[in-house]
Design a binder for this molecule. Structure first.
Ligand SMILES: [Zn+2]
Length: 200
C-alpha cells in the first residue's frame, strides 16, 4: 500500500485514543442541554475496509445519554474516526477523495482495491465534499483562516496541501482535527484536545 501508516494498526489505535480523550472532555462538561450527568450510551459501528487493522474500540462510536429523567438527551462527541454515519473511516474518505488529483491512476486504483471501496461510494463522497461540506458551519468557520483562500471545489485535497505537517500523515491528522465539528449533530463547542502525531 502506498501510505504505510494506513496499513499500520498503531495509526488506528492512536485515533481511538484521541476519540477517547475527546469523549472524556465532552462527558466532563456534562449535558449540553441541561448540565446533567452524562452516562455512556455507545452505539454499534461496523466500519468497512481495513477491518483486520482495527481493534474492538472500532465496534462502537462513543456516545452519551443524559441521566436527568426530564432530559435524557443523547450527546455524541465529535470524532476523528467516524465522519457522521459514513461507514468508512474519515481518514480513508479524505485520502481517497484527495488523492484523485495527487496520485497516479495506478496507485489510486491499488489503494481502492485494497480498501474494498465501490466506485459508487467514491462518487457519493465526491458529491458530499462538493455539495454538502462547503455549506457546513465547519467549513464556513475554517475557510477564513486560509490566506489566500482555499478553493472549496478542491477540498479536501487543497486543504491537505495547505495544512502544516512534515508528511501527509501529519497533515491528515491536522485535517481530522479541523473537521471534528462536522462529525456530530448533537454536540457543538470547542475542545482542548490536541492531536500530536509524534505520540503515535
Ligand atoms: Zn440533559
Amino acid at each position: 500500500m502506498c501510505h504505510a501508516y494506513l496499513n499500520n494498526s498503531s495509526f488506528y489505535t492512536f485515533l481511538s485514543l484521541i476519540d477517547r480523550d475527546i469523549a472524556a472532555e465532552v462527558q466532563a462538561a456534562g449535558c449540553p442541554y441541561c448540565g446533567g450527568v452524562l452516562h455512556s450510551a455507545r452505539y454499534p459501528r461496523k466500519p468497512r475496509g481495513l477491518r483486520h487493522l482495527l481493534d474492538d474500540s472500532y465496534d462502537t462510536r462513543l456516545s452519551f445519554c443524559c441521566a436527568e429523567d426530564s432530559c435524557r438527551r443523547r450527546t455524541t462527541p465529535p470524532s476523528v474516526r467516524f465522519l457522521g454515519r459514513k461507514v468508512y473511516l474519515s481518514a480513508i474518505i479524505i485520502l481517497i477523495t484527495a488523492l484523485e488529483h495527487g496520485l497516479s491512476t495506478k496507485r489510486r486504483k491499488q489503494l481502492i482495491e485494497a480498501l474494498d471501496i465501490w466506485p459508487q461510494t467514491i462518487s457519493r463522497w465526491r458529491k458530499w465534499w462538493r455539495a454538502v461540506f462547503p455549506d457546513s458551519h465547519c467549513w464556513q468557520a475554517m475557510r477564513g483562516h486560509f490566506v489566500p483562500p482555499v478553493n472549496a471545489a478542491q477540498v479536501p485535497g487543497a486543504l491537505l496541501g495547505r495544512l502544516t505537517g512534515d508528511d501527509l500523515m501529519q497533515r491528515l491528522c491536522h485535517l481530522l482535527r479541523l473537521l471534528i465539528p462536522i462529525t456530530t449533530a448533537s454536540w457543538s463547542g470547542s475542545l482542548k484536545v490536541i492531536i500530536d502525531p509524534q505520540k503515535m
